[in-house]
Each structure stands twice: as C-alpha cells, then as structure tokens.
Design a protein around this ligand. Structure first.
Ligand code: MN
Length: 238
C-alpha cells in the first residue's frame, strides 16, 4: 500500500503539456495508490469555486474518476488557490485538508503543509498571506462578479512574479527556525511540503530527533511526485 504526493502543478491554460501530463498521471500512475494528496497550488490561480472554465472542469473530472476507481483524493489549498473550497473538492470526489495537518502515513507521523507559512523571512508575503486568508476579505472578494475576480487574480499574479525578481533566494525559501518550531509543536514528525519549488530531502536534527523534510517538485517543466509507503519516501520525476 502506498500514497502519492504532488503540489505546485500551477495548471494553466498556457501550459497544456503539463495539463496533459497531469491527466496521464491520474489515469496511469495514481490509480495504483491508496491515496493521492495534492498539497496546494494545483492551479496557477483560482478565482472561486463557481469558476467553471474548462481547465478547472477537466481537472475535477480527472480527480473524480480517480476517486471513483478507489484512490482517496485529498486537496490542500496553496497560496495561488487559497479560494479553492468545499464545492470544488466535492466536484473532485476529494476531501479538503487543513494546513498544516498531522497524519499517520503508513505508520509514520507526518505533517503535511503547503509550505508558504514557513517562509517567514518574507514579511511582505506573510502580510499578504494573512490578508488573503482572512474570511471577511475572502467573502468580499467572492462577492464580486467572476470576470472581475479573474482580472484581479491575473493582476496579482503579475505583481507577484515581478516582486519575486527582486527578492533574494534565501527570503523565498523556508526559514529554518520556522521549520524547527513547527516540528517541535507537532512532536517531531516527518514533514512533507511544496511551495518553494526546491525539491529535496532534508534532515532536521532537533532536540535529539532526526526529522525528515521532503520538499515536493513543481510541475513547471515536468511533473513528478513523492511515493510514500511503510518503508519511506521516494521522489520520482515523470
Ligand atoms: Mn505556493
């Protein structure tokens, strides 16, 4: 029995080859797994669950048929798709997860998170994150017509790309102290996250514990996933 983890697909109409790779993944690879976890940023942006554009519908259909074949599907919001909510999860036959979530994964306590909350060196981003996750702000945003929301999302996306150019590599990575604090708070579990687009296996030596931290790959150039079973984790590129 095994589970699969993916994140940061950033599915977008402009990158049809990644959408195709994801669709093939859901029919050829994921059905053998007991569970598929999508740890955020499935979409490049998400204007609300009432957005019924073709990409969202195709993606939901692919996940729903995977779920119908017996693989449990779990979705976590990322920073790009923080508005992905229960209605979309239901369309996918999926369960929406809290961030962070401590899970027993084939016998090993494992903390799952998108990862952006760990980038505490980027104060501007953390301010924006708090704003974007505020229920009142979300309700006000969602009250606008879909076309206006889409337009604002595209504007924010352009702004975020521009501001990333000016930030140092260190600021855009996780802050080691934030990782330590999270691991300590949850009893020194294994940690799996995405967001930074720096796939790796790290070991955090902390208070006499060796905590494994797996960072998932993004899907900008090619897809990939983390396979987890009772023996451990393996990162596999498509
Ligand atoms: Mn992200």
């Amino acid at each position: 029995m095994h589970s699969l983890f993916i994140s940061d697909l950033h599915l977008a109409a402009e990158r049809p080859q990644i959408t195709a790779q994801f669709q093939a993944f859901t029919t050829d690879i994921a059905p053998q797994a007991a569970a598929l976890y999508v740890l955020g940023d499935l979409f490049e942006y998400w204007a609300g669950d009432d957005d019924n554009d073709a990409l969202g519908m195709q993606t939901a259909a692919a996940l729903a048929s995977l779920a119908a074949r017996g693989t449990r599907v779990f979705l976590m919001q990322g920073n790009r798709d923080v508005l992905m909510a229960g209605a979309f999860a239901a369309r996918c036959g999926a369960t929406l997860l809290d961030d962070p979530l401590l899970a027993d994964l084939h016998g090993t306590p494992t903390l799952l998170t998108h990862g952006d909350a760990l980038c505490t060196g980027d104060a501007d981003y953390q301010r924006f994150r708090a704003y974007a996750r505020d229920p009142g702000n979300q309700a006000r945003f969602l009250a606008q017509p879909l076309a206006a929301r889409r337009e604002q999302m595209l504007g924010m996306r352009a702004q975020s790309e521009a501001s990333k150019q000016q930030k140092s590599e260190t600021i855009m990575d996780v802050t080691p102290a934030a990782v330590d604090e999270l691991l300590r708070r949850h009893g020194y579990p294994r940690l799996i996250h995405g967001h930074t687009h720096r796939p790796a296996r790290h070991i955090h030596q902390l208070d006499g514990h060796d905590c494994e931290r797996w960072v998932l790959n993004d899907w900008y150039q090619r897809g990939g996933y983390l396979r987890v079973d009772a023996e451990g984790c393996a990162a596999i590129l498509l």
